[in-house]
Design a protein around this ligand. Structure first.
Ligand SMILES: N[C@@H](CCC(=O)N[C@@H](CS)C(=O)NCC(=O)O)C(=O)O
Length: 294
């Protein structure tokens, strides 16, 4: 198999698998954590496929951060979905990173786009990786029991919240639901996003708009009346400069997304996994409904 299993860890009623594989999208080895809930181990081969949730992490993260600190596993067992935790960028020898060594660009900060600019275009194809290659690679090994294509939802944090919103809107018939924790909702207008988009995509703002959720809500139609669920904390140090969640609500005005983007501003919460783990149960319930589990 393309996937190498490096460890299996018992968590709650299921198992967290640490996997690695050579990626054709990034040209590097990519690590993945996959949580298989208790239903995976109890269900027969012929039973209904277990749905999945794709969790995209934020700046500086590897697959470990959310696996260890978001407490998705409890919710995954409660409802019966698998959780996929991919890496946030390519890594390893020959992978270019931020020229100034900053943590908001380059390694650990791939922004889930396909880079067009040198030297990043050689490896930074995280859009193709998470939305195309990853489900295929996982399905080759686990597809007889887990659904990675048709009954899948998407969520993420910060840069990964942007990745979730962008990936959902760009593939509007693909994901059953989308939510985000402290997302960068309008990367084209804030420093983290502008740095990443300029570095990975160049100066052409039309290409930026193809990834920017606050542009996509204007061009992608919400046919089913689906909602997007967002939580952000008032004590998030990145709220005013990089996240600005009202921008996507403003952008949605007069579109099919107006009133469909639920932004919950939570008093006192910060940007950390203390915040994320506090709202994971609400997001899990939201996705479980859309995945047909409740
Ligand atoms: N000081 C933070 C700044 C970056 C940051 O807050 N990253 C968020 C995502 S934007 C994160 O999830 N960090 C890892 C963690 O909290 O485990 C760090 O280096 O981790």
């Amino acid at each position: 198999m393309a996937l190498k299993l490096t460890s299996t860890i018992a968590v709650c009623g299921g198992k967290l698998l640490k996997l690695s594989h050579p990626s054709s999208s990034t040209g590097t080895n990519m690590d993945i954590n996959l949580y298989l809930p208790k239903q995976y181990y109890n269900s027969a081969e012929s039973a209904k496929l277990i749905p999945s949730l794709l969790y995209l992490s934020g700046l500086t993260c590897s697959p470990q951060n959310a696996s260890e600190k978001a407490f998705w596993q409890i919710q995954a067992d409660k409802y019966g979905f698998a959780v996929i935790f991919p890496d946030t960028s390519p890594r390893g020898e020959g992978v270019a990173t931020d020229p100034e060594g900053s943590w908001d660009f380059g390694i650990g900060a791939g922004f889930y786009v396909n880079a067009t600019e040198q030297p990043y275009s050689a490896h930074y194809n995280m859009y193709d990786y998470v939305h195309k290659e990853l489900p295929q690679v996982l399905a080759e090994e686990f597809g007889s029991k887990v659904d990675f294509f048709d009954n899948i939802s998407i969520t993420g944090h910060s840069m990964g919240g942007f990745g979730a919103l962008s990936g959902y809107l760009k593939n509007i018939n693909r994901y059953k639901s989308c939510s985000a924790f402290a997302p960068i909702v309008n990367p084209s207008t804030v420093p983290w996003g502008q740095k990443a988009f300029k570095g990975y995509l160049g100066e052409d703002k039309r290409i930026w708009a193809e990834y920017d959720p606050s542009d996509l809500v204007k061009t992608v139609t919400n046919v089913n009346g689906d909602k997007i669920l967002i939580h952000v904390g008032t004590s998030d140090p990145f709220l005013e400069k990089h996240l600005k969640p009202h921008l996507i609500e403003d952008a949605a005005k007069g579109t099919s997304w107006e009133g469909k983007i639920e932004v919950n501003i939570e008093d006192g919460f910060d940007h950390s996994y203390y915040f994320i783990s506090s709202f994971v149960p609400q997001h899990a319930e939201f996705h479980a409904k859309h995945l047909g589990l409740i």
